[in-house]
Design a protein around this ligand. Structure first.
Ligand code: HEM
Length: 151
């Protein structure tokens, strides 16, 4: 992979992103999309935990919020990749960045397991999935913040 990272790093695109106003703009949009995504996710998880939003049916709450979560996630993914391209070899060995990617994979697995179990276990699987989701996202945000301090 080192060869690929060096090729990307030598590109004009990496130079333009890394040495101009583009990086701080990407990071600002990255943070804004996270705030949007995590805000909606928090409402869904608190509903699944039975802590808030009890006036709304579980399916209606998730159906209403998840499209916004996915839209914000795609924006976070695109802006994150944009920042990654500016210094791939540094990020690829950054422990905080690697922890963040691992937790993102676990979040995906958590969602898949919840979708499978929800048919059989209903509210219990919802509570377990919501609790794991909240803990994983807190870890992702902390690892994201630490990335900049370790690179
Ligand atoms: C969608 C879930 C994601 C969350 C919750 C997240 C969270 C964060 C946070 C909190 C920061 C620090 C922002 C700051 O304090 O200025 C950050 C920075 C960053 N994120 Fe993400 N991120 C996500 C996805 C991604 C993805 C998919 C990538 C790349 C493939 C990525 C790459 C980066 C990079 C390169 C930085 C900048 C680190 C630096 O300051 O040098 N992020 N992210």
């Amino acid at each position: 992979m080192d060869g690929l990272w060096q090729t990307i790093e030598a590109s004009d695109l990496a130079f333009q992103i890394g040495s101009t106003w583009i990086f701080p703009l990407l990071e600002s949009v990255h943070v804004a999309s996270l705030v949007l995504m995590l805000g909606f996710l928090l409402m869904v998880d608190l509903r699944l935990l039975g802590v808030a939003g009890l006036a709304y049916e579980r399916p209606a709450m998730t159906a209403g919020m998840l499209p916004w979560v996915w839209m914000a996630f795609v924006i976070a993914l695109i802006t994150g990749l944009g920042m990654f391209v500016s210094r791939p070899s540094a990020y690829a060995v950054n422990p905080a960045f690697l922890v963040k990617l691992a937790l993102l994979v676990l979040v995906g697995a958590n969602l898949i397991v919840y979708r499978i179990l929800d048919r059989f276990r209903g509210p219990l699987s919802g509570r377990l999935a919501a609790a794991s989701s909240l803990l994983l996202w807190i870890g992702i945000v902390m690892a994201g913040r630490w990335t900049g301090h370790l690179s």
